[in-house]
Write a protein that binds this ligand. Structure first.
Ligand code: CU
Length: 297
């Protein structure tokens, strides 16, 4: 998701724009897939393909509809689903850092595109031309799920995270590098967001967990923007989303989208010792304060 100037070159003068950092992040005006503008790839009819979609843009969320080309979900964020499954809703929003693996078994004559559908527009990012006329043979394709430990929800420890800041939001008392910010500090330090009242990495972790402890993180997005919250070192299940009508089930993920004023509860077993980041993966938000960490002993 590149921002190009009138001359077609990367617009570098606008890098670091405080407006971008305090709003939805730096959004571009030119999309590429595998480093190329919209192009065509050949697929053989009858073969099974696994398409791994990774949103590696710094801030843009993509809306795609796997059902529009009969794709099934094989994995979210690198974790296989138990079966290849039809997505029960559309479109799917793929936020920064999110991945989805799709199973496609094209039929003769079934050429299709993967479209970006945001804002009611249809923008073909990549076109697939189906060649040949073989019938699909592979009956039931699925990946083998990893054996991840199930969190013990009943006995889990809950840690609450309050997200504040950004344009059209309130931030309250906010600490940065151990000092309470005031006046022009927010602009001078370019810190516009806070997690539990702290902009960027605090000295003390957001929480400490014993190894193999089940934890629940309850996140309240008290801002006016969508965020793509990413946990390092662990995959989690979303156990509750308040203010959301879509039922996504509870697949393992390492990044979840949370809309304005929504609350999301995620659960996982802290089985990976170390110091781990927990941050918004819209990179301008992360740089501008939306970053914290937790410690697994
Ligand atoms: Cu964000």
């Amino acid at each position: 998701d590149w921002l190009l100037g009138q001359d077609g070159a990367l617009d570098i003068l606008s890098l670091g724009s405080a407006v971008d950092w305090s709003h939805g992040g730096r959004l571009g005006n030119w999309l590429t897939v595998n480093g190329r503008p919209p192009h065509e790839l050949d697929l053989n009819a009858g073969e099974a393909y696994r398409l791994r979609l990774m949103n590696v843009s710094n801030a843009r969320s993509f809306e795609i509809d796997p059902n529009s080309f009969d794709a099934k979900i094989l994995a979210f964020d690198g974790q296989a689903t138990p079966q290849a499954q039809v997505l029960g809703y559309s479109p799917m929003i793929l936020g920064s850092a999110q991945r989805v693996d799709l199973l496609v078994q094209p039929r003769s004559g079934g050429s299709f595109s993967i479209n970006e559908l945001s804002n009611g527009q249809t923008y073909p990012m990549v076109n697939f031309k189906v060649v040949g006329n073989k019938e699909p043979v592979a009956p039931a394709i699925a990946l083998k799920p990893n054996d991840l430990p199930e969190p013990d929800i009943e006995n889990a420890t809950t840690f609450k995270l309050h997200m504040t800041g950004g344009a059209m939001g309130r931030i309250g008392e906010t600490t940065y590098n151990g000092e309470v910010m005031s006046g022009d500090d927010f602009v001078n330090f370019k810190q516009f967001w806070a997690l539990n009242g702290v902009a960027n990495l605090p000295e003390e972790p957001f929480f400490r967990a014993e190894r193999n402890e089940s934890v629940i993180i309850e996140v309240f997005n008290d801002t006016s923007f969508l965020h793509a919250m990413h946990v390092h070192g662990h995959h989690f299940r979303i156990i509750e989303r308040i203010g959301v009508s879509i039922d996504e089930g509870q697949p393992w993920k390492d990044t979840f989208l949370i809309g304005a004023r929504q609350t999301t509860r995620i659960a996982f077993v802290a089985d990976n010792p170390g110091k781990w980041l927990f941050h918004c993966h819209m990179l301008e938000h992360a740089a501008a304060g939306m970053t914290t960490w937790f410690d697994v002993k």
